[in-house]
Design a protein around this ligand. Structure first.
Ligand code: DP6
Length: 349
């Protein structure tokens, strides 16, 4: 027999960034972060997990290619879910697994992204969230999404925020074992449903410095990070939660842009400096800043993760249409810039 479970999880984009760990093994961050979860029909991961007595080892395929499970992150997630596995009975298929059998049974896992993994569009966030969720269902683990988020976090920090829709906060937590470092929903996906997200894919090349390596170097060398984590982010988190709850776009946009810029400033403050944005990214920022300034109130927010792609959040469909028009005029895909496409991703909202 084979027992199979398939799950789908959207990616998330941080509006207050996670950058820097205080514990690399458990993946515990130096500050809280807040993100918005995209609509699953746009950027998401689909994962199928299977268990059968005929499987002789745990195996994983990513976009059709087998990958090594030797990295500690997959093992941590598997171990944590196995420890919470419960009895499973499927009379129709004649399947009966008791709790202690899970230690001997092996699983096969296959994951697909509906967007390029290399494009720096937070693929690990959706990937680990989906894997942990699917494994929990397969093994009948009873944990709620908050508890599962603390497990997904051990796969990739940003993954913990993808277990909820809407706007999500990752509380950094205080305790040493990391059990209180988990995600909570700030507002659900219906709360602010007129926002529209446009991603300008400036480059689909794999980033030169991975987030994991980049943030390690930042923690080791940047003084600005200490200031950001202790002084700036705690205040910003409070203001951001307020802006989201009140659907106050002007404050939301101001905080989102400022936090993205400070994250990239912290990267520049790292030794050697890390450059994630390129000239096209900088030109997109100038274009949005000018537009927001001319209108007297922010129309669009921008944020950049560990890569040059711009994530643009428009207040509503009308502004999104105007934004797209401007972008296509100033940054036509395949022009002399290295911009190659636009992805419109309504948030799950
Ligand atoms: C810039 O979650 O990919 O996207 O925990 O080492 O796997 P690891 O890093 P990852 O870092 C994401 C960094 C970011 C900001 C964010 O999503 O908050």
């Amino acid at each position: 027999w084979v027992r199979m479970v398939t799950a789908q999880t959207p990616t998330n984009i941080a509006v207050i960034k996670y950058w820097g760990k205080r514990d690399e093994t458990l993946i515990l961050p130096v500050n809280d972060s807040i993100s918005v979860t995209l609509d699953p029909s746009h950027l998401c991961t689909t994962t199928t997990v299977a268990v059968s007595p005929t499987f002789d080892q745990d195996r994983m395929w990513l976009n059709g290619k087998e990958i090594s499970l030797s990295g500690g992150r997959f093992q941590s997630c598997l171990r944590e879910i196995r420890a919470r596995a419960c009895d499973v009975e499927d009379k129709e298929k004649g399947i009966k697994i008791v709790k202690k059998d899970w230690d001997k049974l092996h699983v096969h896992m296959a994951s697909y992204n509906n967007f390029p993994t290399a494009a720096g569009l937070a693929s690990s966030a959706a990937g680990f969230a989906c894997l942990v969720f699917a494994l929990a269902k397969l093994m009948n683990a009873k944990e709620d999404n908050g508890e599962l988020s603390a497990i997904a976090r051990q796969g990739s920090g940003s993954a913990c925020r993808s277990l909820f829709g809407g706007f999500v906060k990752w509380n950094m937590g205080k305790v040493e074992d990391g059990s209180d470092s988990r995600a909570v929903q700030v507002v659900d996906d219906k709360h602010w449903d007129d926002l529209v997200i446009i991603i300008a894919v400036v480059s689909s090349r794999q980033k030169e410095t991975s987030s994991t390596t980049g943030m390690r170097e930042t923690v080791e060398t940047s003084l600005l990070l200490q200031h950001r984590a202790k002084e700036v982010v705690p205040k910003r988190i409070i203001k951001m939660e307020e802006a989201i709850k009140n659907r106050d776009f002007a404050s939301f946009a101001q905080l989102t842009c400022a936090d993205s810029n400070q994250f990239h400033a912290v990267c520049l403050d790292t030794s050697p400096p890390i450059f994630y944005m390129n000239d096209t990214s900088h030109r997109i920022i100038s274009c949005i800043e000018k537009w927001n300034c001319c209108e007297g109130t922010p129309q669009v927010a921008y944020t950049f993760d560990a890569g040059p792609n711009a994530v643009l959040i428009a207040q509503n469909r009308k502004t999104a249409a105007q934004l797209l028009q401007k972008l296509l005029f100033f940054f036509p895909p395949n022009s002399d810039t290295d911009l190659n496409s636009y992805v419109i991703g309504d948030k799950s909202i």
